[in-house]
Design a protein around this ligand. Structure first.
Ligand code: GLA
Length: 539
């Protein structure tokens, strides 16, 4: 593994990763930063019509949302009729859209918006409307002729074709999304492609297929809905639990994100009756820290001034839209509080502190945990309220229950060498790699201790914060912590697969046995590492 803070790294990594699958189409990327906008689904589901969209667009133009960057107006499911026209074209429901979809596109574009739609790769959409299976080119051309610029392609009602190369469900998704990739990038005006394929594998008993699907979505599209639907307005259950679930899924996927491809943890449910204002603000702050798509699903004309104020927060939008699009990763996690960090263009560091517990919490986050040096003075700006404090050793944070605080650390020029630091966790079990004092290495519940914070050096060494002179080592049979000496058995490379491979033995870090032969996307061998670690394509 190698690490770096250099601004050019993410680009270089992915140039090196280019495959014949046409990633060149995204240089420069269609979406240099994550999309922001509106979609009706989580708020209105199938209860949509033309007026909802014209009213929403009018309001967003007037209340500052459009000017703040929310420039996509996207239709979700149920906009069409249950049958195709005699020539096989999709048609809009003219009771719901009396002026037609192209007219609506013109209407929103005249205000400065861009326009997106929903379809499904299978036989039927999730709502039971005609899917695109067998009509891919025709439907793409229809959308293009309607002025559509963004397609959310869902994955309900997809089944294995049973033919060569398409025997498994996963093969079929890959085939269909690959086909759509080719069609959409081949259009005169390439369309933004939002892929829902991974969501159909996120809740399997093992995550192997999910990881495999995730390995191709960044090559085919611009963003991917990777997990469960966020709770809809009328849904039963805890909206906070739903936000936390999607947050959790997103933490597992940082290695995939890059300029032009975004992990999508689903909509901002800004007027959900099940969320407190702190919880809504948390969702926003976490999504922004991730550099995630910010797609509001709410009744925009009725947003309260508090809701609007956080959605318009310039400091958080700036973080979300930062050109490095580095996804914040877990610097620390202790069962109640999560600390995430990432770099921004120009060298600033983001510190995001989420309190999942029911009481107010206080924490001291040391600069080492954030990957920074001790001998510097950092200006920490509280992003929500703009307060500034000077930081030498730690950021002192107080976070209300279910709230999220965000700091932006201004890093002096000669202190910008970040050592990617944070937990190394198994993204299936959630367990933390733990380097115990006596040299024993285990996987344990994350407790926020220094035995579980790892510095990932450019050399490939992994050193626990508790003993920075020790390196994670392996003789091919087991793991240990040894005095760092620079030998290859103390170095590891990190791959898109999520595997950590020992440079000397070629064997992989494995929860349970410590090390083992490297398999393909095995639950016990896939790990999340801190952002900034160089990710190899094949490893
Ligand atoms: C799926 C998607 C949702 C929404 C609905 C529409 O559940 O994940 O975001 O598009 O389908 O039916």
């Amino acid at each position: 593994m190698s690490t770096s803070t250099s601004l050019t790294i993410p680009v270089l990594i992915f140039l090196a990763n280019m495959t014949p699958l046409g990633v060149l189409a995204s240089s420069p990327p269609l979406l240099p930063t994550p999309p922001m906008g509106f979609n009706n689904w989580a708020r209105f589901m199938c209860d949509l019509n033309e007026t909802l969209f014209t009213q929403t667009a009018d309001t967003m133009s007037a209340n500052g949302l459009l000017a703040a960057g929310y420039n996509w107006i996207n239709l979700d499911d149920c906009w069409m009729t249950k049958t195709r026209t005699p020539n096989g074209s999709l048609q809009w429901n003219s009771t719901l859209f009396p002026h037609g979809i192209p007219w609506l596109g013109e209407y929103v574009k005249a205000q400065g918006f861009r326009f997106g739609i929903y379809e499904d790769a299978g036989n039927l959409t999730c709502g039971g409307y005609p899917g695109s299976l067998g009509h891919e080119l025709q439907d793409a051309q229809t959308f293009a002729s309607w002025g559509i610029e963004y397609l959310k392609l869902d994955g309900c009602n997809v089944f294995p074709a049973g033919t060569k190369g398409r025997k498994t469900l996963q093969d079929e998704y890959k085939h269909l999304y690959g086909l759509w990739h080719d069609i959409l990038t081949g259009l005169e005006q390439p369309m933004i492609f939002s892929e829902s394929a991974p969501a159909y594998f996120a809740n399997n008993p093992t995550l192997s297929d999910w990881y495999t699907v995730m390995s191709w979505v960044p090559e085919y599209g611009d963003l991917a809905r990777h997990s469960t639907d966020i709770l809809v307005y009328a849904g039963n259950g805890s909206a906070w639990a739903s936000v936390m679930e999607n947050y959790e899924f997103n933490t597992r996927l940082a290695r995939y994100q890059r300029p032009g491809y975004y992990n999508d943890p689903d909509f901002l449910i800004a007027d959900h009756p099940g969320l407190s204002l702190d919880e809504k603000r948390s969702q926003f702050a976490l999504w922004a820290s991730f550099g995630a798509p910010l797609i509001i699903s709410a009744y925009v004309p009725d947003l309260t001034s508090d809701e609007l104020a956080y959605l318009l927060h310039a400091g958080l939008i700036e973080i979300d839209q930062d050109g490095m699009v580095q996804q914040a990763t877990l610097a620390g996690r202790d069962g109640v509080v999560d600390v995430l960090t990432r770099s921004l263009e120009g060298g600033d560091r983001v510190v995001t502190v989420l309190n999942r517990g029911d009481e107010k919490e206080k924490r001291r986050v040391s600069v080492e945990v954030l990957g920074l040096e001790r001998d510097c003075v950092y200006e920490a700006v509280g992003v929500w309220d703009g307060t500034e404090v000077k930081v030498r050793e730690f950021v002192e944070v107080e976070v209300a229950s279910h709230a999220t605080e965000v700091y932006r650390l201004r890093v002096p020029k000669d202190c910008r060498e970040v050592i990617p630091t944070g937990i190394v966790f198994n993204t299936a079990s959630g367990k933390c790699l733990t380097g115990n004092e006596h040299g024993k290495v285990t996987f344990e519940a994350c407790k926020g201790e220094e035995t579980q914070g790892w510095q990932a050096h450019t050399s490939g060494q992994l050193r626990p914060l508790a003993r920075l002179d020790r390196c994670l080592s392996s003789d091919g049979k087991s793991l240990s912590l040894e005095s760092c000496g620079g030998e290859d058995h103390q170095k590891w490379s990190y791959g898109m697969s999520g595997n950590l491979k020992n440079l000397k033995t070629g064997r992989c870090l494995t929860e349970g046995t410590g090390v083992d032969k490297c398999g393909v996307e095995l639950d016990k061998q896939v790990f999340g590492l801190p952002s900034g670690v160089q990710v190899k394509d094949k490893e």
